[in-house]
Ligand binder design. Structure first.
Ligand code: ATP
Length: 326
């Protein structure tokens, strides 16, 4: 059930059974999203998973075949203007007027939104483009163009910011800058941030909440810590005579496997990982083994992702996604 306004804590985005079909293919297939206010919500999935289609549905740029969308409790279908009033958006390849300056580009949107002129200085300052505000956009670097796209999204102080693959095409420095920028947005602006990416490690570094989409369906939704907590961490061990170490550990009911010249043990739970690791360390030293590496290695999101989608392919052909004809 979509939450009515004024009943309990507000969700920034809520969707129910959202579906979008293109020529018999479900690009978005029964998606229920719940984005808490104040979150940085990572929307993760491989190319073609349905991220951009979902975002276009959330923005009312596409009409769903089925399902409902509420933005801060306002039904997008019946209260479209009110629902979208509080949303700022930046697409992966921001389109600007090349022959105009950054300031002039922002001024076009400012006029459309009927905002004060001072709003331009505010957003330029937020994205740190004040020093190039009067430069033609065609002379901007790619990173500056992306930041100008974000500045436009920030005009009017929206309560919800939607960024579609904001780091696409950026170099490593640009990616880091964008990541740091997004990370500080809720604290600086009070906005909820919904950010899509196929870059798992990136989302892991910025998001408080995450949804994983594959083949148009959500395979995980929740707090980032819950995603990490789904799987126990592993202990990596390296030292002299690993075969003997492995045999010793097997006798204590642990099941080490060998990987890249190290032994890997799956610990029982994240909460007890340090205690378990310390005990294993003590046992090995007491038994006289020479250990020079003993590290708790959390699961990487990439590995979790593969586990979540299981045996399903990360991307099927459109024929595989076609609905059976009725
Ligand atoms: P990417 O990261 O590559 O942008 P994505 O997760 O955003 O991928 P979508 O762009 O939403 O994925 O595409 C989901 C599926 O829907 C794909 O199979 C795509 O080919 C299909 N699709 C998207 N838009 C259309 C359209 N306008 N007409 C037909 N099929 C479409």
């Amino acid at each position: 059930m979509l939450k009515a306004r004024g009943t309990g804590p507000m969700t920034a985005i809520e969707t129910e059974e959202l579906r979008k079909r293109f020529r018999g293919v479900n690009a978005v297939d029964g998606v229920d999203l719940s984005v808490p206010e104040g979150a940085i919500y990572g929307f993760l999935g491989p190319n073609g998973a349905g991220k951009t289609t979902t975002i276009r549905l959330l923005l009312g740029l596409l009409r769903p075949n089925r399902g409902r969308i509420a933005i801060f409790g306002e039904n997008l279908k019946t209260k479209r203007r009110r629902a979208l009033k509080s949303v700022g958006v930046a697409f992966e390849t921001p389109a600007h007027y090349e022959h105009l300056t950054g300031r002039e580009n922002l001024d076009i949107t400012r006029r459309l939104l009927k905002l004060e002129k001072t709003e331009i200085d505010r957003v330029l300052d937020t994205v740190e483009l004040t020093h190039v505000a009067n430069r033609l956009v065609r002379k901007y670097s790619l990173g500056m163009r992306h930041r100008l796209g974000l500045a436009r999204a920030l005009l009017g102080q929206p309560k919800l910011l939607i960024f579609d693959e904001p780091t696409n095409g950026l170099d490593p420095v640009g990616i880091r800058e964008m990541r740091e920028f997004i990370k500080t947005l809720p604290a600086r602006t009070g906005a909820t941030v919904f950010v899509s990416s196929h870059h798992l490690a990136e989302i892991e570094q910025i998001a408080s909440h995450v949804a994983v989409i594959n083949l148009g369906q959500i395979v995980f939704q929740g707090e980032m810590t819950a995603l990490r907590g789904l799987h126990a961490p592993r202990l990596e061990i390296a030292g002299n005579d690993l075969d003997a170490v492995s045999l010793f550990l097997s006798q204590t009911e642990l099941a080490p496997t060998k990987k890249d010249g190290k032994l890997v043990i799956t610990l029982s739970a994240a909460e007890s990982a340090e205690r378990e690791a310390a005990q294993i360390n003590r046992n090995l030293v007491d038994a006289g083994f020479d250990i020079h590496h003993l590290v708790i290695a959390p699961w990487r999101l990439e590995e979790l992702f593969l586990q979540l989608v299981g045996a399903k392919p990360l991307l099927a052909s459109n024929a595989d996604r076609r609905e059976p004809e009725c």
